[in-house]
Design a protein around this ligand. Structure first.
Ligand SMILES: Cc1cc2nc3c(=O)[nH]c(=O)nc-3n(C[C@H](O)[C@H](O)[C@H](O)COP(=O)(O)OP(=O)(O)OC[C@H]3O[C@@H](n4cnc5c(N)ncnc54)[C@H](O)[C@@H]3O)c2cc1C
Length: 321
């Protein structure tokens, strides 16, 4: 058993418990999101003993040296005095400048940052409400001089954050957000490389950003986008993407429905990753992007690898809840 000191209080962590769980069990409100080391919203810093290396995976070497760690992954080996990172250095302010529906359960949200931003389309940021509730959302637009960020947010019926976005967040209101994170983005310099992008639901958001980025760099390799949903109500941007496919001969778009009841010929039928990986069967030399439902991402990653994609050419963002 180890002791965790936070904000002048000391807590005892139970066997195998993470720092985050110890704090939450003791009713200490600290920011967190995915609880799987993906979203980085539970970043903390130890002021004395070094955290285990396994809780620093993915952090910059400069942050590791300063004893930053992800509290959701940190099972402490020694007593630790922990603090939240300096809020000013991590969180930025933005104003909501646009909000509209893309479909019955997907909202388009545009924020304008008060500060200049560095980001790549397809990366994600953590959006935070005044009460500290924080969730990750992927950036659907390319870098722009107006410091604007676009998101596609799926409304979950009882979702704490997404329901609030749908019901309460209004144009003109302020939100805080983290710097952009993640490696799921376009890389210039290989404009001839074929790209395969597979997404479910709002997994389209980062993929749409990546495609816009690729086309802005005049990517001339083939670009194949497969967007899946159970039924037609879960797809959006269908006409926009069909128009894009008419405009760019190297861009191919296949909307897919997995529900067996809707057999319209406008769509491919079956699971999106199975359709995509059947049609794009040989992936040696390809770059692959997978976003959305975690099970789909997991299976598609394995299949893409078995079909020739190099592991370091597969970029995946599972939308963990
Ligand atoms: C890297 C990353 C990027 C992400 N990008 C996006 C994005 O661009 N767009 C987006 O919409 N989301 C994205 N997400 C997911 C997002 O962060 C939130 O998890 C999501 O919006 C739910 O938050 P919430 O507060 O509304 O729901 P919560 O209050 O956290 O509730 C989620 C609860 O909903 C239930 N639930 C889980 N899965 C489902 C499901 N499939 N259908 C219905 N209910 C379910 C479960 O009970 C779960 O506990 C991303 C996640 C990650 C990790």
């Amino acid at each position: 058993m180890t002791r965790i000191k936070f904000d002048d209080q000391t807590f005892t962590s139970q066997n195998d418990e993470t720092v985050l769980d110890t704090l939450l069990h003791n009713n200490v409100q600290v920011p967190y999101g995915c609880k799987q080391g993906v979203c980085f919203s539970c970043l903390m810093r130890s002021l004395d003993n070094a955290p285990p290396a396994s809780s620093q995976v993915g952090l910059k070497d400069t942050q590791q040296k300063q004893n930053y760690f992800l509290s959701c992954l940190c099972k402490p080996e020694n007593d630790m005095t922990v603090v939240l990172p300096n809020a000013e250095s991590v969180w930025l302010d933005a104003e909501v400048i646009e909000k509209r529906n893309l479909s019955a359960n997907v909202i388009f949200l545009k924020l304008k940052s008060k500060d200049p931003l560095a980001f790549f389309a397809g990366q994600f940021v953590n959006l935070r409400r005044d009460d500290g509730v924080t969730r990750s959302y992927s950036i659907a637009n390319i870098h722009n001089p107006n410091h604007e960020l676009e998101f596609h947010i799926r409304i979950l019926p009882d979702g704490q954050f997404s329901r609030w976005v749908a019901d309460e967040l209004q144009i003109g209101m302020l939100l805080t957000f983290s710097h952009a994170q993640g490696s799921c983005h376009y890389i210039e310099g290989k404009e001839e490389q074929p790209l395969l992008l597979i997404g479910t639901g709002t997994g389209l958001a980062p993929l749409y950003g990546i495609i816009r980025d690729a086309l802005s760099y005049k990517h001339h390799g083939e670009i194949h986008l497969y967007h899946g949903s159970r039924d037609e109500s879960g797809l959006y941007f269908v006409e926009k993407l069909r128009e894009l496919a008419k405009k760019y001969s190297n861009f191919h778009y296949t909307p897919c429905l997995s529900s067996s009841t809707d057999l319209s010929t406008d769509y491919a039928h079956g699971r999106v990753h199975e359709i995509a990986l059947k049609e794009c069967a040989k992936l040696d030399g390809w770059r692959v992007y997978l976003c959305g439902q975690p099970e789909m991402v997991k299976h598609a990653k394995k299949m893409a690898y078995l079909q020739g994609a190099a592991l370091n050419s597969i970029y995946a963002d599972p939308f963990t809840y």
